[in-house]
Design a protein around this ligand. Structure first.
Ligand code: NDP
Length: 519
């Protein structure tokens, strides 16, 4: 059990500030049920000390400029590739996901991000000269600039410890901030390993620190210390994070739950739609905020689509991933998930749904649930209305496109969606009617790979976004500058007021704004 991660933990968590008496949290391999490491459960004082160290290190990091910071982050891109197998195996060991899920949706994302943000940060955060149409300000220089907020707190989830925890640190660092990262206590090892990598790549001490520990305890302490919070997780916890951050008027960016629909129109390529539903619904064992969570199929093609999907899901291997190509669907990651999945399936069956494949917990240690296809579902069932976050694909027959759109939008969430049709214009027209922050046509999820494209939720799915200019500007404070270069000793409207000048200003205002078209 004494592991590499334990050594890393002792050496790295809190950057040496962890007292020996610090309580610890067990890290378990959810695919086997074995405890594989322990990490410190850091308390308020330890987090406060880390925040102090992070703040002290930030000005030096900012002073390196985009180029200097970029050098470190680009070295890290190389490090991720050089250490890909080690990173993948660490992710697999603490999440139970397959080798391929860790390779494609985590290592691939991180390697891309370590290149993208340093290459684009300067352009996204460049000072802008602003022109104004207001004649009162003619001749004055107007500038919009972005300054790092200082210390960013990233609170990460357990479903993607690299992509959604560490990945959010990359633009924050590129913008010149120090970062305090609180990974989920379920999956802290990936963050500790990556923090070590950044250190090897020359990141100055304390610029990025990993605060391991529990949600409300360590996570709550992080919120109270930082200048901005980037949170990924459930809507319920997101609300708590927002409420706590409001106490100090700390800005937050929230990436929360989703119940992402996939619509199959009657003219869709059913083979592609079924492959996409199976893959994007079940990769990462369905524990992806933007994974396909519910499927609506127009009546004329419902039976054929369901048959194809069932066929594809039946052939999937649901077993521990011991290396490349050994399993398609891994274990669940967080203990409560198995109960949630089981509850949603049982509820659907009780209300008349048919289980076409799966529908059980396999008899083995660890957190397992079979990939499951549910037919004849409707919106009276939890599996169609609440986030399941597991390997289930409920498929509902709809009369027509109108019903599909209405039901897709009948959700408190609005994170992601997809529409399948061979008529691309029709597919896009339907996509534009879906209430979600990102919609794909004849595809799903892959918008997440375009780091140029903002990604964020509507409704209860979040606030703010990842990626694109907004994905790095959120880690900055805007500052507007007005510089008066050519001026008289006194503007005409300044004190003292006189009747003549007030009348003159009134006439001037009429001249400026009084000539609008009247109906
Ligand atoms: P949470 O939202 O509770 O956890 C996300 C992160 O927040 C973790 O690091 C957690 O720490 C931390 N945290 C928990 N409570 C607090 C708090 N009061 N203050 C600050 N940080 C806190 O996720 P759950 O594990 O409870 O998952 C519940 C549901 O959320 C899932 O079933 C799924 O539906 C959804 N979910 C959505 C995700 C997404 O990508 N949008 C990701 C994960 C879950 P710790 O883990 O140590 O408790």
């Amino acid at each position: 059990m004494a592991s590499l991660q334990q050594e890393q933990t002792a050496a790295r968590a809190g950057n040496g500030s962890v007292a020996t008496a610090t309580p610890t949290i067990d890290v378990t391999n959810p695919a086997t049920g074995e405890v594989i490491a322990q990490v410190p459960d850091l308390g308020r004082e330890q987090v406060a000390e880390m925040a102090r160290l992070g703040r002290a290190a930030q000005p030096g990091w900012e002073a390196l400029g985009f180029e200097g910071r970029g050098r470190v982050l680009l070295r890290m891109q190389r490090w991720v590739m050089d250490n890909a197998d080690r990173v993948i195996r660490t992710i697999v060991s603490e999440t139970g996901k397959t080798y391929e899920d860790a390779q494609l949706a985590e290592v691939n994302y991180a390697a891309n991000a370590f290149g993208f943000w340093p290459r684009n940060a300067e352009e996204y955060l460049a000072e802008e000269r602003v022109k104004t149409a207001n004649v009162m300000l003619k001749g004055k220089k107007l500038v919009l600039r972005y300054r790092p907020v200082g210390l960013v707190g990233v609170i990460g989830p357990w479903n993607y410890p690299l992509t959604n925890g560490f990945g959010d640190c990359v633009p924050a660092l590129a913008a010149g901030n120090s970062v305090l990262l609180k990974p989920s206590s379920v999956t802290p090892l990936t963050s500790l390993l990556l923090a070590e990598g950044l250190r090897e790549c020359g990141l100055p001490e304390h610029v990025l620190q990993v605060a391991t520990g529990s949600g409300g305890g360590t996570g709550g302490a992080v919120i109270d210390e930082v200048d901005m919070v980037m949170f990924t997780g459930s809507t319920e916890t997101g609300k708590k994070v927002m409420a706590q951050a409001a106490e100090r008027v700390t800005p937050v960016s929230l990436e929360l739950g989703g119940k992402d629909p996939l619509i199959v129109l009657s003219d869709a390529d059913l083979e592609r739609a079924a492959n996409a539903a199976a893959y994007y619904g079940l990769f990462n064992t369905g524990q992806t905020c933007i994974s396909v969570e519910r499927v609506y199929v127009e009546a004329p093609v419902y039976d054929e689509f369901v048959a194809k999907l069932t066929d594809k899901v039946r052939g999937l291997r649901n077993q521990p991933s011991t290396g490349p190509g050994t399993s398609e669907v891994g274990s669940l990651t967080s203990p409560p998930q198995v109960d949630i999945v089981e509850q949603h399936v049982r509820d659907a069956v009780d209300k008349g749904a048919r289980v076409l494949v799966g529908g059980h917990r396999p008899e083995r240690p660890g957190l397992w649930y079979e990939p499951t296809v549910l037919a004849d579902v409707d919106h009276s069932m939890l599996c169609m209305t609440e986030e399941t976050f597991g390997p289930t694909l409920p498929v509902m027959k709809v009369a027509d496109t109108e019903e599909a759109v209405r039901l897709a939008n009948d959700s408190p969430y609005g994170l992601s969606a997809s529409v399948f049709s061979k008529d691309v214009a029709r597919g896009e027209a339907v996509a534009r009617r879906i209430e979600a922050g990102a919609v794909c046509v004849n595809d799903a999820v892959t918008n997440y790979l375009a780091l140029e494209l903002p990604m964020g939720g509507w409704k209860a799915s979040g606030l703010g976004s990842r990626h694109g200019a907004g994905g790095i500007r959120k880690y900055t404070k805007q500052q507007s500058l007005l510089v008066s270069r050519f001026h008289t000793k006194r503007e005409l409207y300044m004190f003292p007021y006189t009747p003549r000048m007030t009348r003159l200003i009134g006439r001037f205002q009429k001249l400026l704004y009084g000539r609008g078209k009247r109906d």
